[in-house]
Design a binder for this molecule. Structure first.
Ligand code: ADP
Ligand code: MG
Length: 357
């Protein structure tokens, strides 16, 4: 290979930058669904409905009854780093919304065809708009790109079609829509357990048999029963609520399966400050805790909600926001494990007591 001189450094065009960022945030349909339903929750919705065609690859639609989007904000809706939720960087320390970066809808509009119908309580009519690559576009590319009046209920309907139409490699990597649909059901199910005040629906396009359907004003335990089975929910032990001032734990609580539940795989629903996150530390600690209670090859179910003082939590560490970092992690994990282990020990004690008498 001939030794060539260095190639010149050049700034990437905005278009390339946006596409790279979008592919990092939206790996698959379920990432997009998560972002969209978090937006619906941020908008104060009490009813959220997800409809997917071909596992979201062909289309996904989220209908909510939240506060809607003002007409004058529609041009900015899918622009990168345009948000109604964050103003100063320091606001991150007191954040009470899921969103803060204004990147989700932008990303989705860079990898699919987005359209929106929205209505606020203040406006007499709803508005419909189409987006591509962050910008308003005319439907089918003819005529004006301006939003048009549209009949609508209060709230927002967002549709994303032909996911990754422009990213052939990503598109090809999805073998079946069925697998993607299962991931969508999983995300909606988890949010439904954690947000039982909302009525949730998740269904395939063109069917009337939803895979997820919950009533508004339900509670966490009955949603677990509905979505994971009543046999499991009867086995669950409540733990917490507990707090710990020293490590900034405002509240930890949840439900954990006892010795009577022999799951084929472990299920952990972990919410930290209401965010659905992954954590190896928590997963491993729970595994270790249960080795004493479960036979080999059996795994627990744990729903765990941990609220930490916001200034101790860094939410801006992962493009899909699927991880958070917080201070004194090891100590916090240990305190939480203590709560679960107390619940398990209590159940064990009362079991052996009832066996003796
Ligand atoms: P972020 O949530 O980080 O602000 P998004 O790209 O997800 O960024 O959304 C951009 C903006 O669009 C939000 O700040 C919000 O004002 C508005 N928005 C998005 N979805 C909805 C919705 N379902 N209801 C009301 N407003 C919405
Ligand atoms: Mg958002």
């Amino acid at each position: 290979r001939p030794v060539a001189g260095p190639r010149p450094i050049q700034q990437l065009s905005q278009d390339v930058v946006n596409k790279i960022a979008a592919a990092e945030i939206i790996h698959r349909p379920s990432n997009a669904i998560k972002e969209l339903l978090e937006n619906s929750l941020d908008a104060g919705s009490t009813s959220i409905k997800v409809t997917a065609k071909d596992g979201g690859l062909k289309s996904m639609m989220i209908t909510d009854n939240g506060h809607g989007i003002r007409k004058e904000d529609l041009p900015l809706l899918c622009q990168r780093f345009a948000t109604s939720k964050l103003r100063a960087f320091s606001d991150l320390q007191s954040l009470n919304t899921y969103g803060f970066r204004g990147e989700a809808l932008a990303s989705i509009s860079f990898v699919s065809r987005v359209s929106v119908i929205t209505k606020t309580a203040q406006e007499p009519t709803g508005w419909k708009a189409h987006y591509s690559q962050g910008k308003l576009v005319a439907p089918n590319r003819v005529g004006s790109a301006d939003p048009r009046p549209s009949a609508a209920n209060q709230g927002t309907i967002i549709t994303a079609e032909d996911l990754f139409y422009d990213v052939p490699l990503r598109r090809k990597s999805f073998k079946s829509g069925a697998d993607e649909y299962n991931r969508i059901i999983d995300v909606v199910t988890r949010y439904a357990v954690h947000n039982p005040h909302v009525a949730w629906v998740c269904k395939k396009h063109g069917t009337n048999q939803p895979e997820v359907s919950t009533a508004s004003g339900s509670n966490c335990l009955s949603n677990i029963g509905l979505l994971y089975g009543s046999a499991l929910s009867r086995e669950l032990l409540a733990f917490g609520p507990a707090e710990d001032k020293k490590f900034g734990i405002v509240k930890v609580h949840g439900y954990a399966s006892g010795a009577g539940h022999n799951g084929k795989k472990g299920i952990l629903l972990l919410f930290i400050n209401n965010r659905l996150v992954e954590s190896n530390k928590f997963r491993k600690a729970i595994e270790a805790l249960y080795t004493a209670f479960l036979p080999k090859g059996s795994y627990p179910f744990v729903y765990l909600s941990l609220e930490i003082e916001p200034h101790r939590v860094d939410v801006n560490v992962h493009p899909t926001k699927s991880e958070v970092h917080f201070l004194d992690e090891d100590a916090v994990v240990e305190l939480v494990m203590n709560e679960i282990s107390k619940a398990l020990a209590n159940a064990n004690a009362s079991r052996s007591y009832s066996v003796q008498t």
